[in-house]
Design a protein around this ligand. Structure first.
Ligand SMILES: *Cc1c(COP(=O)(O)O)cnc(C)c1O
Length: 415
């Protein structure tokens, strides 16, 4: 590298460093970082595993020592264990724009996709014009693998054909044969945000049901489930909701569809009279129809504590900061990284961007290993993507500037 180039680079570093400081000072959400257990690492992997909220360890210790250790079986009632799936669902509801009584928490995202997709096909085939001819499930062709695997199995079980479709081409693929459509709100690899209101309307217009996977949008941006008339949605709680490794997922069933939600996994927890121990299944009313078996109490209650970090925080403020963070990251990458070395595959338009930036880079796997060694944690997605997730609750603008600077230095050294 020649002398003047390095001078230009030094100037850029000091300018962007000063800009980061200003942005951090003006950041209304900056104080929230203290609600998390963090260190000097720049943690840009909260879209894979959210950081630990500081109040969780003591709560989990109380659940284990007192609720389980001393109260034992009494805790199903006295500690509110039995109703935790609906109670915690109601805590998540405002973050995804849902009124209470429509979300239940439990099982993994994979399992909830299965429940929602099969239930969607069953609803679409209820009496109505041409309902019996509905024999196709459409799935986002770029989806996270588990969604595709489960959609394929759901299609086999319901006698449907599975058609992978790129979300942008969905409207043209819909027909009176469509029973259900499984879509991602934000693409896990590129960070592209899909147009939930218009795609939902298009699916409903042909008499089919959409199942939205909110794994990369819940806790990152406003979803507006009720406002946009979404029927069914599922989402993860260990990413932007910081529930902890393997924390249970959520399932949203719009209120007016709940009576028709015919779960392919009816269990005793969703029975109208769970302690009646009756041989015949009679589904309960409401969102708890999405329950199956005994809830995963330790993980559920860790999640409940983790959700307290959202007290007094609006999802709109989180979205505004998220866009500012990803904008600033792209600006720093453009200033620091040698031209042509990486290419952003995340849309530049705000209305098409989630809360991550994905950079295509030929040696992405090795580059990410070096970044992690140097205290900048993102992740690598096969075959050539460096993925950086921005959690506005605990990532600051100084972190963003440092991440871009370390990335540039790793890339320069490898050149
Ligand atoms: C993270 C993620 C999942 C995870 O599913 P699990 O059942 O929790 O392993 C599923 N789908 C998408 C789109 C995801 O991003």
């Amino acid at each position: 590298m020649s002398e003047p180039e390095s001078m230009t680079e030094l100037e850029a570093v000091s300018e962007l460093g000063a800009e980061a400081e200003k942005l951090d000072v003006a950041d209304e959400l900056a104080a929230l970082r203290a609600r998390f257990v963090l260190d000097e690492t720049v943690y840009l992997d909260g879209n894979s595993l959210g950081a630990l909220p500081a109040n969780v360890p003591d709560r989990v210790a109380d659940v284990v020592r007192r609720q389980w250790g001393r109260l034992r079986i009494r805790s199903w009632e006295e500690s509110g264990w039995w109703t935790a799936p609906e109670r915690i669902g109601d805590r998540i509801a405002p973050l995804v724009g849902a009124a209470p009584g429509q979300i239940v928490v439990g099982d993994s995202t994979s399992v909830n996709i299965f429940k929602a997709l099969v239930a969607a096909v069953r609803m679409a085939r209820e009496t109505g014009d041409g309902a019996h001819g509905r024999d196709e499930i459409l799935v986002d062709a770029t989806t996270f693998p588990t969604d595709g695997y489960i959609a394929r199995s759901a299609a086999r079980m319901t006698g449907c054909t599975l058609r992978p479709v790129v979300p942008g081409e969905l409207p043209g693929a819909l027909s009176e044969r469509t029973a259900a459509v499984l879509l991602n709100h934000v693409d896990y690899r590129t960070g592209r945000l899909h147009d939930l209101p218009s795609l939902t309307a298009a699916v409903h217009a042909v008499g089919a049901y959409a199942v939205w996977d909110l794994c990369h949008s819940a806790g990152a941006l406003p979803v507006g489930l009720d406002e946009h008339g979404v029927g069914l949605a599922v989402g993860c709680t260990y990413k932007y909701l910081n529930g902890g490794p393997g924390s249970p997922a959520f399932l949203y069933v719009r209120r007016d569809l709940q009576d028709r939600f015919d779960s392919p996994l009816p269990g005793w927890n969703s029975h109208a009279e769970p302690f009646g121990m009756r041989p015949d299944y009679e589904p309960a009313q409401g969102a708890l129809r999405g329950r199956v078996g005994t809830p995963d109490i330790l993980s559920l209650l860790a999640l409940e504590a983790a959700l307290e970090v959202w007290d007094g925080v609006s999802i709109e403020a989180v979205r505004a900061k998220s866009l500012a963070l990803t904008d600033f990251f792209l600006k720093c990458v453009t200033a620091y990284v040698p031209a042509g070395r990486v290419e952003s595959v995340t849309p530049a338009a705000h209305e098409e961007r989630g809360s991550q930036v994905a950079l295509r880079c030929p040696d992405a796997g090795d580059v990410m290993k070096e970044l992690i060694q140097r205290g900048v944690v993102g992740d690598f997605r096969h075959p050539d993507v460096l993925r950086f997730g921005f959690t506005p609750l605990y990532v600051g603008f100084g972190d963003v500037e440092r991440a871009a600077r370390v990335l540039a230095s790793v890339l320069l050294r490898r050149a």
